[in-house]
Design a binder for this molecule. Structure first.
Ligand code: IMP
Length: 426
């Protein structure tokens, strides 16, 4: 029996899609548990690139059951477009299941997100994520099952809610609102298209675990974007840490066997907020260009910097990491030296724990450990022992600084460019 949670250990974009895709070949079931279409996973198979926002990366494997859990906020139009896009490329989507309990992202959420981000300047993906989760917590949102239950009751509730949103959009922000009848008709059409995929997904996952299947919980975003543990307010609105898998799917913590933290070999961040190891020099440009650090969802340029072990230790603790998957090690290939931040200097004192407040983080100066680079192409190496000594020293330093062993190392975007040192699914 193996239930493995995969989480991003940094600010998202760690290369989780590739690792999920790699593990999905061995998994019987892949489950998304939080976030929404703000996530963007690029997976590459046979030189073809696939962009997925809501559907788990495991969909590329025809034998894998793919689940969008109740913790995900679902934009039904987006799911329909992804299904169509996959089918057009000959990928079977019959194994997709979507939770009936999942909250809906409705066009007014996206519009409010875009308008409010102008003043909050968080730099959201404008996919309606924050407003949809706010409605969920405020108990004013709608779930997929609401569209299928008592339709007359739903219509009344929906009309009232659209009027409230229109008031916010029109009176507060001077924008145009939505026609409740048109919106309702759109949602009803969408739910009919998705009907064959809808299910009590918590039960499906429970059964898969009970029957000894290999289940992979695919986290989106990353630890520092988590609503509780991230760099608030520059975070997303969901529980992007491992704990989110329990509530976002409807399983107990005792069901989880391992937690795999995905660590990019350097650090990136999209949007606003403090970033101690950010580089504004040629190395930063090299990382961005060699690493193709442009957002999958928004196309925005990602900020780039050295690896930060203070963040990784924090991620190891918050998520209870048992293994690391180190990605994009090949991006560092040409550098004569590589640096890892091992502590922060704050007001003259060294601190080793990740600070709770952005105003402290903003004033933290990184303390670096400098290691020799390997200046060698790693992209064709398939065994750990074949890595140059300097690359192994870099990886082993990460293990030492986090106290967590690595299980996988990615040296390129393709499935075969993955070095396995420990099996994740027994
Ligand atoms: P939201 O999730 O669209 O509300 O955006 C909130 C913050 O999370 C912004 O800084 C986004 O750039 C960031 N964010 C959301 N999703 C991702 C992701 O998949 N990768 C990296 N950053 C993300």
């Amino acid at each position: 029996m193996a239930a493995v949670v995969l989480v991003g250990a940094q600010w998202g974009d760690e290369g989780k899609g590739k690792i999920t895709d790699f593990l999905a070949e061995k998994a019987d079931c892949v489950v998304r548990y939080q976030g929404g279409s703000n996530a963007g996973h690029t997976v590459e198979v046979k030189n073809e690139k696939f962009m997925l926002h809501l559907i788990p990366s495991g969909i590329l494997n025809p034998d894998t059951l793919c689940i969008i859990g109740n913790g995900v906020v679902v934009d039904m139009q987006e799911v329909i477009e992804e299904i169509k896009g996959l089918q057009k490329r000959g990928i079977d989507t019959a194994n997709l299941r979507i939770s009936l309990r999942a909250p809906l992202v409705i066009p007014y959420h996206k519009k409010i997100d875009a308008v409010e981000d102008r003043s909050s300047r968080i730099g959201t993906t404008q996919r309606g994520i924050g407003p949809a989760y706010a409605d969920k917590i405020n108990r004013t949102g709608f779930r997929i099952c609401d569209l299928l239950a008592d339709r007359n009751f739903f219509k009344e509730q929906f009309k009232r809610q659209v009027e409230n949103k229109n008031w916010i959009l029109e009176e507060l922000y001077g924008e145009t609102g939505f026609n409740p009848q048109e919106l309702l008709a759109q949602l009803m059409n969408q739910v009919e298209v998705l009907r064959p995929y809808l299910a009590d997904t918590s039960y499906l996952v429970y059964r898969a675990i009970q029957e000894g299947h290999k289940v992979l919980f695919e986290g989106a975003q990353g630890t520092l974007l988590d609503i509780d543990h991230g760099t608030y307010p520059y975070v997303t609105s969901s529980s992007a840490t491992a704990g989110g898998a329990c509530t976002g799917v409807g399983i107990g913590p005792t069901s989880i066997n391992r937690v795999l933290g995905v660590v990019k070999a350097y650090t990136t961040r999209v949007g606003e907020g403090p970033f101690p190891t950010e580089l504004h020099d040629n190395v930063g440009i090299l990382l961005r260009e060699r690493g193709a650090e442009f957002g999958t969802t928004t196309g925005r340029t990602r900020r780039c910097g050295w690896l930060d072990a203070v963040i990784l230790r924090y991620a190891a603790r918050i998520n209870g990491l048992t293994d690391l998957a180190i990605t994009k090690l090949d991006v560092l290939d040409s550098l004569p030296t590589v640096k890892i931040c091992v502590a922060y200097r704050y007001k003259g004192t060294l601190i080793y724990e990740f600070p709770e407040s952005g105003s402290i983080l903003k004033q933290c100066e990184p303390e670096y450990l400098e290691l020799a680079g390997w200046q060698q192409d790693l992209s064709k190496i398939t065994a750990y022992e074949k890595l140059p000594a300097q690359a192994r020293a870099y990886v082993e330093k990460i293990e030492e600084l986090t106290g967590i062993k690595q299980a996988l190392i990615a040296v390129g975007p393709q499935r075969k460019q993955t070095i396995i040192t420990r099996t994740v699914f027994d």
